[in-house]
Design a protein around this ligand. Sequence first.
Ligand SMILES: [Zn+2]
Length: 490
Amino acid sequence: MEFEPVIGLEVHAQLLTRSKLFCGCSTQFGAPPNSNTCPVCLGLPGALPVLNRKAVAMAVKAAMALGCRINDVSIFARKNYFYPDLPKGYQISQFDRPLGEQGRVHVLSGERTETGKIVNRQEKSFGITRLHMEDDAGKSIHEGTPDAGQKSYVNLNRSGVPLVEIVSDPDFRSSQEAYDYLTDLRKTLLYLEVCDGNMEEGSLRCDANVSVRPKGWEKLGTKVEIKNLNSFRFLQRALDYEIERQTKVLSEGGQIVQETRLWDETEERTFPMRSKEEAHDYRYFPEPDLLPLKLDKDWIAQIQSALPELPGVKMQRFMAEYALSTEDALLLTASPSLADYFETCAKASGNARVSANWIMGDLAYSLKNSGKDIEACPIPASDLAALIRTIDAGEISGKIAKTVFEEMVRTGEPPAAIIKRMGLVQVSDEASLSSVIEKVLAANPKQVAEYRSGKTKVMGFLVGQIMKETKGQANPQVVNDLLKRKLAEA
Ligand SMILES: [Zn+2]
């Protein structure tokens, strides 16, 4: 019997506000433990929450970009549970009436080959069940302290930080689809400037629900929730592992236990964390300290009209305007900064194809080596464009351009200054090249004779000698023409 996986993702994204969801405390990552706290986010009795308007605006933007219906009235609700890093004893979340519902996204998703290459990309459509707002809990620290093992610590800096939870429909039929959806979602949040998408710092977190069922069946199998998926790679590997595990259990006539499992990267497997009680026992009820959240229609319209060009649209435009392939356009729109860099360079150089090649080739390589991303790129896009124009105008050769590029990375100087300082201008002047050619011909009588006897292959050798003599600065086209003429003369 053939089985198919059914996967849904729950993504928590931290909104890029400077203050928390219900108080004025800073959201800065890495501040000294418990320094960004106040009676509200410490859950002290009598402290009252006040909603952060910017956080709501960001959540609305995200909901719009994901095609959700925006509810003009949504309700904050208490989600009750006990945990040492949750001093209130509840999270303020949304339950019956979330901010956004019934969204849909269109994602280019492919298949992964044995070598890890993605092929057969096609547009697939995935449903979004809901998007709601909630405040984050604090963080328990069990490791990395001098008395770890005897004591655990609690850091409440994160307590009250604004999150949106984005719940997808169970629409993914492979780990690759889930991976492509999450990649696309992260990209969208980056473009909207509502989340920094940093999985390592926990500003984007992902849990997955996975079940497996006989192919063709309507009914869903028993699902398992996997937590701790804090990188794209972990997500894919955990899903692959879990699909295989469940398929094996079912093939052998066994049953899947509904439970929460954790992904262990060192052991490369999931293991049970706790079994899930029949129904969630969060005892949700409307938050008595907050009024229903009513959104003004004009305010929603204002946000709608200020939405930026979204990654999918930008990608299609890049393909149409700059004749890029799907893969190149996907890569160059990976972040808004990279897309801007490419577009600035393509426009200023007048050569989109070569701009794309430099950015995805030498520039990407150099950034990777220095551990920088495009925001910290030492070469402004306008300087890379100037370099490309210099090559296109025949002022320097492609080979010299690589030297100039390396020097641009090292010093941050514009290409013209480097070419001048290092004396790298391409020599196209026939008179000065003539004397070099004659010198090389005189030094290589044997090869000259061979050429004249019809062995024209030796031409390559002679051009090489001339390039060497001019330290690579001779214009190869001019050298070729001149050399042919001179060899034909005698
Ligand atoms: Zn606070």
